[in-house]
Design a protein around this ligand. Structure first.
Ligand code: NGQ
Ligand code: ZN
Length: 452
């Protein structure tokens, strides 16, 4: 058992001084405030819980920065998606594993200790099934293992190209399963993570575009308890097509046909009416906001104010992984609101510190969405911990909430010192222990991919 001592740490009940934590087999055996150090304790100044990253497509890290060129036609989400499909079309299983490992290292170095991998590439480059349907789920599990990040694996059910059961496009062949295939994929995914402490398997109907109502109903009967994630109402065109198909907007349709509750994570929910916002908050589902990706893809701005006023729960995800960063996501979330409303300190509502509201909001919502029962630094919870470099100039003279505000708004990832994921210290001095080897592997795969 390892003892960690923090001069100041953020616990579920708030900031506490002289906090001693005992790490016991990946969990927090005890958390005691106003404690004294014991011999052998590792001492740190500032301790925070690690954050869950509730929505990632790890493979997209490999194309970061490669779609920022204006094409001949108007550039938008759909033209970006065509480029993304082309990239998918070239990635081998080895490529996917290396790129995911790199993404997970970067997540850990920024302060994410668990990832919700919304995993939808299931077949080989030709679109044919691998002999093992869990081949790529195993690659994702291996990357999580190599990096040490906690994994909530969300195998995706994807069957159609658009509302009304439209046949899939050529670029979508690697994603497609029928219900039987998906059931086998679920079994294989459970086997793929079986050896990993704290791993969770949920599932994800990709979007209302990709599943029919009948298919959705069938897969929802799979398991009464695990997390269910779905993309929804991200693009205006998607809302229009849904209305054309059903007479209802996507969220409205979902609430009318499915019992949406706390096990759900609705990713994006960018385009909502006031009614939908109220319903969303009351359902207890988590809204999965991916602020950097939503800005990068030109999605629009989620109605944080309305949602906050109804007591809704949100979490954050790095989605396309064009840039990976805890502080970057939280800052972008708040700034998108400030720009839209020409006001300041919006996510905070009535509480005082925006940094605190962002951080604790993302901790609570992310934990719920990823199937982690105990959020934060508390006895029995996972030992997912981040220490900050108190000597960083951005934190000069800061304590309590000002640490979070200054880290998020005045600095960034350079303030992260150590990160423990399920009790293993994987980042020290801001650097992941396998940073060099994984980066070398990633570079080698990218050179091959981009030369092709
Ligand atoms: C995805 N990404 O599944 O990677 C999607 C694009 C789609 C985002 N929505 C594909 N950000 O939604 O059809
Ligand atoms: Zn997504």
């Amino acid at each position: 058992m390892i003892g960690l001592f923090f001069e100041e740490a953020l616990l579920p009940q708030g900031w506490a001084r002289n906090v001693r934590m005992v790490l016991d087999q990946g969990r927090l055996g005890s958390v005691e405030a106003e404690a004294s150090t014991q011999s052998g304790d590792e001492r740190h100044r500032i301790g925070l819980p690690g954050l869950p990253n509730l929505h990632s497509h790890a493979f997209q890290r490999g194309m970061a920065g490669l779609t920022e060129i204006r094409g001949a036609t108007a550039d938008n989400f759909w033209t970006w998606r065509d480029l993304m499909y082309r990239f998918v079309g070239r990635m081998t299983a080895d490529d996917i594993e290396a790129v995911a490992a790199q993404a997970y290292v970067e997540m850990l170095e920024s302060g994410f200790t668990r990832v919700g991998e919304f995993h939808y590439i299931h077949h080989d480059v030709s679109g044919a099934a691998y002999s093992n349907i869990g081949e790529l789920a195993e690659r994702i599990a291996a990357s999580a293992q190599a990096s040490g990040i906690g994994l909530t694996l969300l195998p995706v059910f994807y069957a159609h190209a658009g509302f009304g059961g439209r046949a899939p496009d050529r670029g979508q062949q690697r994603f497609i399963n029928d219900i039987d295939g998906f059931l086998r994929l679920m079994d294989a995914s459970r086997r793929a993570v079986a050896g990993q402490q704290g791993a969770v398997v949920g599932f994800a109907p990709h979007s209302l575009r990709a599943v029919t109502p009948k298919e959705l109903n069938t897969i929802l009967q799979l398991d009464g308890d695990c997390p269910v994630h779905m993309h929804i109402a991200e693009q205006a065109k998607e809302v229009d097509e849904c209305v054309e198909w059903s007479g209802k907007r996507p969220l409205q349709w979902l609430f009318d046909h499915v019992a949406v509750d706390r096990r759900w994570c609705l990713v994006h929910a960018t385009h909502t009416t006031t009614d939908e916002i109220g319903h969303l908050a009351e359902s207890g589902a988590v809204v999965g906001l991916c602020p950097i990706t939503e800005a990068n893809l030109g999605d629009g701005t989620f109605n944080v104010m309305g949602f906050r006023d109804h007591g809704g729960t949100f979490g954050i995800g790095s989605d396309s992984n064009v840039l990976i960063g805890v502080t970057d996501e939280l800052r972008q979330l708040e700034y998108s609101q400030r720009l839209a409303h020409r006001a300041r300190n919006i996510v905070a509502g009535t509480t005082a510190s925006t940094g605190r509201a962002l951080f604790e909001g993302a901790l609570k919502g992310g934990s719920q969405a990823l199937g982690v029962a105990t959020a934060g630094l508390t006895e029995g919870g996972f030992a997912d911990i981040v220490s900050l470099d108190a000597g960083h100039v951005a934190l000069a003279g800061r304590s309590g909430d000002a640490i979070l505000d200054s880290w998020i708004f005045g600095a960034g990832r350079s303030v992260v010192d150590c990160v423990w994921a399920r009790g293993h210290k994987v980042v020290q001095g801001g650097r992941h222990h396998a940073r060099e080897t994984i980066a070398r592997w990633f570079r080698q795969k990218l050179q091959g991919l981009l030369a092709a």
